[in-house]
Design a protein around this ligand. Structure first.
Ligand code: HEC
Length: 133
């Protein structure tokens, strides 16, 4: 019986490790996709190419929805509710991304630049929580 329990415990812990690794890979993939979208949007500004901006925004909004699926660890502040924070960030990023295209269409250049900057700030702020920078 003891042996069986030990085997089960070992099996459980390896499964847990596998899941954590999978989660890590999923985070990376999603994050890399968001980075590509941000670069795409920036290219759209520089080339004055609405199609690129739209494509980047659409991809970013799709991916941003995944942020709150991840367990984000933060050792610095035990009060920190990672899940809640991620959900709030998903909403804020989605809203801001949608505004970029609206303001671009209105020719509101300054607003577009501020919104893009705010999106980037939110990316970096979360990264500062999870890995300082
Ligand atoms: C709510 C938290 C959070 C937000 C918001 C966030 N990230 Fe991340 N990001 C993470 C975590 C967690 C990792 C993985 C841990 C690490 O790299 O240290 C990560 C890693 C990355 C990486 C490195 C991936 C790799 O292959 O190593 C890139 C690139 C990235 N994020 C881009 C972005 C962009 C672009 C945004 C904004 C549009 C963004 N992130 C917003 C939490 C976040």
């Amino acid at each position: 019986m003891k042996k069986l329990l030990l085997i089960l415990a070992l099996l459980g812990s390896t499964l847990f490790v596998a899941n954590a690794d999978e989660n890590k890979e999923a985070i990376k993939k999603s994050m890399q996709s968001m980075e590509t979208s941000m670069a795409f949007i920036q290219k759209g500004f520089l080339y004055n190419h609405r199609g690129r901006i739209k494509k980047g925004i659409t991809a970013l909004r799709r991916e941003v929805k995944n942020i709150d699926m991840f367990m984000i660890k933060n050792d610095k502040d035990l009060q920190f509710n990672a899940k809640e924070y991620a959900i709030a960030e998903t909403k804020a990023l989605d809203l801001m991304a949608s505004r970029i295209l609206e303001d671009f269409d209105k020719g509101n250049k300054e607003a577009v630049m501020i919104e893009f900057q705010q999106v980037l700030n939110r990316c970096v702020t979360c990264h500062a929580l999870v890995r300082r920078w």
